[in-house]
Design a binder for this molecule. Structure first.
Ligand code: MN
Length: 488
């Protein structure tokens, strides 16, 4: 039976320290519940010293009855422990800077005095029944002798000893040295890594191999500067490559990643491991062919591991095998000659730098087959108004299934209002907008805008796009193209 590693998630503390990110207490509670459902063992939910809102959030989370232990970041100060107690948390992520530079220049104290304060505060916190994870800030740049000295002195008073690579300066080899050098002292060890040189995951794994039993992580690798070790990568690599278990329910990882992306407003890069848009998408003909013959050829990690599905995309790299699969999926039959033409057209669009959507494919095929399908919606007129003193409103008139229709709706902005009006026109037919994405093809405010939408309806999920110099028109065109594809 493989060893189980404890997961301490710090999305709500270190993750929230991502430049530009600020969450309300309600949003923090939503993320805390999602993380608890995901199966994290401990939540570092914030830092009680930050603000009144932060204390409110801590109280909300601590009193939610979550399975996860709720910790607060705390400095080595008695008054901060009092605030933690007022916020009902289960324990502390008690941070003591230990490197020479931090002690001398930041704290302006001496190593002996620092040890004395840590012991005093740890005693105080323990006497109030708090769980204590003593974290050595800049621990990776601290002499091992001093880490050992601190741990020896504090071991009876703390529950865990964490070494932080605060500035991302460690190597897997240096982490191995530190953790192997502490593991004989009989105290559970934790590791906390930052990604300044892209090594947070590798350093975390090295620490675990050398004796760390707890990993500090954040969803999507959020965190200061280049961020922290990402939960999804650490947990998956621990399991897939090293056979370590955790209490994480991996099939929920993608859902939680999307939720955190939405609430923090920090977009996940397309090529991000496991949770990026492209992580399980294949376009190249050679790869698609390989996967169809045997998935393992190009799919070492199964998309289902993190709750996702494999996607084949068409663009200029598509091969005939991939196109066949796609046509089968959308249930379209073409002759051999037509097939060659479709492939040529897709590659030509790709060469122009265009993303080819499901609706584009349908249009190409209709054109090649000489079919002119009746459109479910034919857009007539669009009018949208917006301003600083009015509620944005849009009116759309169109022919729907051959009959004239018109609707007016309000929205958060003119785009939202126009989409709402269009949804009203479609009426009872259930089509929902799953994703909306805008790209400005050229720079400047007169740029051509490409809007891509993902729509769900009649048991299918499809993509469609619209391009225009007017963002409202591009949005409506994308919606109309998508709806016509779903209902046409
Ligand atoms: Mn940190």
């Amino acid at each position: 039976m493989a060893e189980k590693i404890c997961v301490l998630d710090t999305t709500l503390r270190d993750g929230e320290q991502t430049p530009g990110v600020s969450l309300s207490p309600k949003e923090k509670l939503m993320i805390a519940k999602a993380l608890d459902g995901l199966g994290v063992d401990e939540l570092e939910a914030g830092s009680v010293a930050t603000s009144e809102g932060e204390r409110k959030a801590m109280r909300l989370i601590a009193n939610e009855g979550l399975d996860a232990k709720v910790l607060s970041f705390a400095r080595v100060m008695r008054k901060e422990i009092d605030t933690c107690l007022e916020c009902d948390v289960d324990g502390l992520f008690l941070v003591a800077p230990t490197s020479e530079d931090h002690i001398k220049f930041k704290l302006k104290t001496t190593p002996d005095k620092l040890v004395g304060s840590v012991l005093d505060v740890a005693d105080y916190a323990k006497s109030h029944g708090l769980f204590i994870d003593l974290c050595c800030e800049d621990g990776s740049r601290t002499k091992l002798d001093f880490l050992r000295e601190l741990l020896e002195a504090a071991k009876a008073k703390i529950d865990r000893f964490t070494v932080a690579d605060t500035v991302g300066a460690a190597t897997p080899e240096s982490m191995t040295g530190i953790f192997a050098g502490l593991s004989d002292l009989g105290v559970p060890l934790g590791v906390h890594c930052h990604d300044d040189l892209g090594l947070a995951v590798a350093n975390t794994l090295a620490a675990v191999k050398a004796g760390a039993g707890t990993v500090d992580v954040t969803v999507n690798g959020l965190g200061e500067r280049a961020g922290n070790a990402p939960l999804e990568e650490v947990v998956s690599a621990l399991g897939v490559l090293y056979g370590y278990g955790t209490n994480i329910k991996p099939e929920h990882i993608y859902k939680v990643s999307r939720q955190v992306e939405e609430l923090t407003g920090v977009a996940v890069q397309a090529n991000k491991a496991l949770v990026g848009k492209n992580a399980f998408t294949h376009e190249s003909g050679i790869h698609v062919d390989g996967i169809l013959k045997r998935p393992e050829t190009y799919e070492f990690v199964k998309p289902s591991l993190v709750g996702r599905k494999r996607v084949f995309r068409f663009g200029k790299h598509v091969g005939s095998k991939g196109l066949k699969v796609i046509l089968k999926r959308v249930k379209i039959n073409v002759s051999e000659e037509q097939f060659k033409q479709v492939l040529r057209e897709i590659k030509a669009l790709g060469d122009k730098g265009k993303v080819v959507t499901d609706a584009d494919l349908r249009a190409i095929i209709e054109q090649i087959k000489g079919e002119k399908k009746k459109r479910f919606i034919e857009l007539g007129e669009l009018m949208a108004i917006s301003g600083n003193k009015i509620i944005p409103e849009a009116t759309v008139s169109a022919k729907v299934a051959g009959k004239p229709a018109k609707a007016t709706a309000t929205g958060d902005g003119p785009v939202d209002a126009a989409i709402n009006a269009l949804e009203k026109i479609v009426g009872d037919v259930n089509v929902s907008l799953e994703e909306y994405h805008v790209d400005a093809i050229t720079g400047g405010s007169d740029a051509t805008v490409n809007v891509t939408v993902k729509l769900k309806g009649r048991g299918r999920v499809i993509t469609a796009s619209g391009s225009h110099t007017d963002i409202i028109m591009a949005s409506v065109m994308a919606m109309v193209n998508g709806i016509n594809y779903l209902l046409g």
